[in-house]
Design a protein around this ligand. Structure first.
Ligand SMILES: [Cu+2]
Length: 330
């Protein structure tokens, strides 16, 4: 199946490892560049939404879905109560984490990361190279990190209320440890994304643009080279577009969101029906929700049931995360 979405369909670890200048990433590496603090970095509260839990239905047999991704079969499950953030973690929230801990992300250690080419100033593109021939719209950009999401010349401060990107699964997990939170399981993510209306294709219904109204930040125009005039490929603030029935914003589109599970295509067949979590290591962690690069012509993974994956050390300009906590946590 076609994928707009990850700068690798098979072995992103190898791509990262073989990229020029990419040091082995992991604990103990030297920072690629120093943290540049904003004038003030407040510790921003997370906007929690209480999810009652109980019996629910996840997965889909939708013929528009990608069976090979393991989107189905649809099934009934039970979820314990939990809290989930209304939005993806923002740059400002991630900055507070870095400010408090000195944490250095994997992209910073590597000294480079993946950026969609139209997010890079035209005069900078010539010196860059594409990642793999099948995905020529992804470029390796020295200096790209959460602080400079599109590489040199970009800054998180200009995007403080946008979702943090250029964070790996490992980086997201580190943020969670600091906050006493967790990444959502796929089941928690999907149940919350459905907004209390199970069985629908999108959080707002079965129609992508009811009454012609855009409801999420996905590709506008012709992918990947001809975005519609007036639409810039990239993230929007986390509170853009109306929330779903439970109060979650932008589960469809904007950024892919890391989940706690390992990705396996037989997820719906093999994980338990009580608080499902796929703990079978596969080399790839699950992602949900699709991004601003998804388009019906190529990759309609902004549906509730759609699934994605990448290696836990990969970071891109269209991947972020939201968080969950136990129902009794403050
Ligand atoms: Cu996509």
């Amino acid at each position: 199946m076609s994928r707009c979405c990850a700068p690798s369909g098979g072995s992103p670890e190898d791509l990262v490892a073989t990229a020029p200048g990419a040091a082995a990433v992991g604990a103990g590496g030297e920072p690629g560049h120093a943290w540049r603090a904003a004038p003030s970095v407040p510790d921003l509260p997370i906007g929690w939404i209480d999810i009652a839990g109980g019996n629910t239905r996840i997965g889909s047999n939708d013929p528009e879905g990608f069976a090979s991704d393991g989107e189905g079969p649809a099934r009934n499950i039970f979820l314990s109560p939990y809290r989930i953030s209304a939005t993806a973690v923002t740059n400002a929230q991630f900055a507070a984490f870095v400010n408090a801990t000195g944490y250095v992300t994997e992209a910073e250690r590597a000294g480079e990361s993946f950026v969609f080419y139209l997010q890079i100033a035209p005069d900078r593109r010539a010196a860059l190279r594409s990642v793999v021939s099948e995905l020529p719209w992804w470029m390796i950009v020295p200096g790209a990190s959460w602080q400079c999401p599109h590489g040199p010349g970009s800054s998180w401060q200009a995007l403080s209320d946008h979702p943090v990107v250029q964070v790996s699964w490992n980086d997201a997990a580190a943020f969670c440890r600091w906050r006493g939170a967790m990444l959502p399981s796929e089941a928690q993510w999907e149940h919350a994304a459905r907004g209390g209306a199970p069985a629908l294709r999108y959080p707002w219904g079965d129609e992508l643009e009811p009454n012609g109204e855009r409801r999420c930040n996905i590709w506008q125009g012709t992918f990947p080279n001809a975005p519609l005039a007036g639409w810039q490929p990239g993230t929007v603030p986390v509170h853009d577009f109306p929330p779903n029935g439970l109060g979650l914003y932008n589960t469809s589109g904007n950024v892919w969101e890391w989940c706690a599970d390992w990705f396996n295509a037989d997820y719906h067949r093999k994980t338990p029906d009580h608080d499902p979590l796929d703990e079978r290591p596969s080399g790839r962690r699950s992602q949900r929700g699709g991004s601003f690069l998804c388009h019906v012509s190529y990759c309609n993974r902004y549906r509730n049931a759609a699934r994605g994956a990448n290696s836990p050390d990969s970071a891109t300009s269209h991947t972020g995360f939201r968080v969950v906590s136990g129902a009794d946590c403050a």
